[in-house]
Design a protein around this ligand. Structure first.
Ligand SMILES: N[C@@H](CCC(=O)N[C@@H](CS)C(=O)NCC(=O)O)C(=O)O
Length: 323
């Protein structure tokens, strides 16, 4: 990670843990918002008006948080106006790097070798992990935001004047329910699988796995109570579905094995499986799922898989992705 703008040698690939061995994810630090007129958003400063071709999104296909922003970009029809740069799926001892893998890009703006160079460009004194996604302002050459939850919401509203869309990922009438379910899905499922995978005590692992399957059971039951073909809040797709999808699609191929969340697979949940397939079939979504990057990246995490051997992967996942 970076400490006062310098890459530190005491890099910890197994991430931060609390006193009980529970994995702790870093809080994001660039929190400005793109808005239709450049006024300030809910956090950070103003000065980032919606403009075509002004902002670049840096992502890793392996990363569920980055992938939800990619999904929003596609579903909202923003591909033409927000270019994307994809990093190499394998985390190095200097964090995410550019190029060197099929489907990974060089940094077109600064020819950076590593993602952390963008962070020190944005803040020469930056302390923290150089995470993806990153939304970069190519006009002012500064980082707008590195929190995917914010990026999702600004993609939903900021560019309406440039690319109108009927889709509302965060509709006002569902806001309260979305805000209630999101943090639970995040804690138990999205981050829950990481808490299981990176647990450094049996108790922390047990607790995390319990949470993961409690949430999967809850989501299965929720879908069961609704008409077929629906999403978590009925017939409208929302940001909560994107948040759930990114973990579901990685589950059987990566988390079930590498993160030891192996009580069940998503394939064992009929409604969740159908729901996941339905979302995958939405226009533009399949292109945001690069299973080669996902399995290559996860199974290259040395702390969890020292040999780096990548398992073949379940046949049902390959079949699902072929469509
Ligand atoms: N709060 C961030 C979390 C993003 C995050 O944790 N990204 C991971 C990859 S999935 C990352 O870049 N990790 C690099 C590191 O920890 O050094 C968000 O949702 O945008």
């Amino acid at each position: 990670m970076l400490v006062n703008g310098t890459w530190t040698k005491d890099w910890q690939p197994v991430q931060k843990a609390d006193e009980k061995g529970r994995f702790v994810r870093q809080v994001s630090s660039f929190r400005n918002w793109i808005t239709p007129d450049g006024s300030a958003g809910p956090t950070g400063e103003g000065g980032f008006p919606a403009e075509a071709g002004r902002y670049r999104l840096y992502v890793a296909y392996i990363c569920p948080w980055a992938s939800r922003t990619l999904m929003a970009r596609s579903l909202k029809g923003l591909e033409e106006i927000i270019p994307v740069t994809v990093v190499n799926p394998v985390m190095t001892d200097q964090g995410w790097r550019f190029g060197g893998y099929d489907g990974a890009d060089e940094d077109p703006l600064f020819a950076s070798g590593y993602m952390h160079e963008l962070y020190t460009r944005a803040d020469p004194e930056f302390t923290g992990r150089a995470t993806v996604p990153v939304l970069w302002d190519m006009k002012r050459n500064i980082m707008v935001n590195n929190e995917s939850a914010d990026i999702l919401r600004m993609f939903d509203t900021a560019f309406e004047g440039l690319v109108p869309s009927d889709l509302r990922l965060y509709p006002e009438d569902l806001a309260e329910q979305i805000d209630a379910l999101n943090p639970r899905i995040y804690d138990l499922l999205n981050n829950g699988v990481y808490k299981a995978g990176f647990a450094s005590s049996q108790a922390a692992y047990d607790e995390a796995v319990e949470g993961v399957f409690a949430m999967l059971d809850e989501l299965e039951a929720r879908l069961e109570g609704q008409s077929s073909g629906s999403y978590l809040f009925g017939d409208r797709l929302t940001e909560t579905d994107l948040r759930a999808f990114v973990t579901l699609i990685r589950f059987d191929a990566a988390y079930h094995g590498l993160f030891k969340t192996n009580r069940r697979q998503i394939a064992d949940y009929p409604r969740l499986s159908a729901y996941m397939a339905r979302i995958l079939d939405l226009p533009g979504v399949r292109a945001t799922v690069n299973m080669d990057h996902i399995t290559r990246g996860y199974y290259a995490i040395k702390a969890l898989n020292p040999s780096g051997i990548r398992p073949e992967g379940p046949a049902h996942v390959a079949a699902l992705l072929r469509g």
